[in-house]
Design a protein around this ligand. Sequence first.
Ligand SMILES: Cc1cc2nc3c(=O)[nH]c(=O)nc-3n(C[C@H](O)[C@H](O)[C@H](O)COP(=O)(O)O)c2cc1C
Length: 199
Amino acid sequence: MSRVQIIESSVRKDGSISRQLTEQFIAQWQAAHPADIIGVRDLAINPVPHLDADLLGGWMKPEAERSAEEVQALVRSNELTDEVLAADVLVLAAPMYNFAIPSTLKAWLDHVLRAGVTFKYTATGPQGLLTGKRAIVLTARGGIYAGSSADHQEPYLRQVLAFIGIHDVQFIHAEGMNLGGDFSEKGLNQAKAQLAQVA
Ligand SMILES: Cc1cc2nc3c(=O)[nH]c(=O)nc-3n(C[C@H](O)[C@H](O)[C@H](O)COP(=O)(O)O)c2cc1C
């Protein structure tokens, strides 16, 4: 059994291409592996808090010295890391906003990249602790950026996922979504066909 955690981040509830890809993923995954999807966290509906002094206090201070606010911030943050720790497969659905990821997804990553939980510092440098996991990233973009220096989604997400130990990462990009006509249709069909190959 491969437990799957899904993270949605498009602000659009209707007409979202990345949500359309997630929907396809869920349908095909559930057909092949019933009961494997352990959670769908929607960062547009329930944004996670930005890092703040209370959370840093909760992370850094010994338990006995934490304030009530720091404990509360820590409990909320632990929920996010627990979800990732429990998953074998992480599916991130991300629109391209201003050449990068939605700020809600960045805020989520700021919780998930956590020293002592998802990575640790060693004498030879940081080491990712989430070994044996796989990630699938479903993106939607208005233009066409894959492989170009303006793509600050794929290289960034590869870097942060590798940092926490996830090296098996597959990207599926629906590109040209705002170019209209043939471009949009071709880009979406291509992404859907690629996604259909994902086991
Ligand atoms: C605030 C905002 C910024 C965007 N920035 C970019 C961008 O930098 N590059 C791009 O190709 N498309 C950009 N787009 C277009 C979206 O990536 C595109 O509409 C995509 O389909 C959105 O994902 P969704 O359909 O899942 O909501 C932007 C859209 C919005 C709303």
